[in-house]
Design a protein around this ligand. Structure first.
Ligand code: SF4
Length: 105
């Protein structure tokens, strides 16, 4: 996998500077990671030192990535964040709620 240094730097920056919506999304993503078998503890018994075993990224910053499942290479390598990212994208007006699409059929 090719490293995207701009994305990595932005994610770390966003751990400090973020909107309430970004914080809520990050917290929800991290909840998913807590129950994921790919979650690795760098130091045993420390939730603040977690990394993703699928991509190797530190989860503290990864959960703040601006990428979502809609982007090339996505965000979670196993697409486990798709449902909560969909809710976030609908709430922030970045995508339409498919339930609001009215069709004749
Ligand atoms: S980013 Fe995805 S694959 Fe990695 S630990 Fe979190 S849920 Fe699991």
């Amino acid at each position: 996998m090719k490293l995207d240094f701009k994305e990595i730097a932005t994610a770390w920056f966003n751990t400090i500077v973020h909107t309430d919506e970004q914080k809520k999304l990050a917290d929800k993503r991290l909840e998913v990671c807590f129950s994921c078998p790919k979650k690795l503890e760098i130091i045993n018994g420390t939730n603040w030192m977690l990394k993703c075993g699928a991509c190797g990224c530190p989860l503290k910053a990864k959960v703040y990535t601006k990428k979502t499942f809609l982007d090339k290479n996505g965000s979670c390598p196993l697409s486990k964040w798709k449902e909560i990212e969909s809710e976030y994208l609908i709430q922030t007006g970045k995508i339409q709620n498919p339930k609001n699409n009215k069709t004749i059929l």
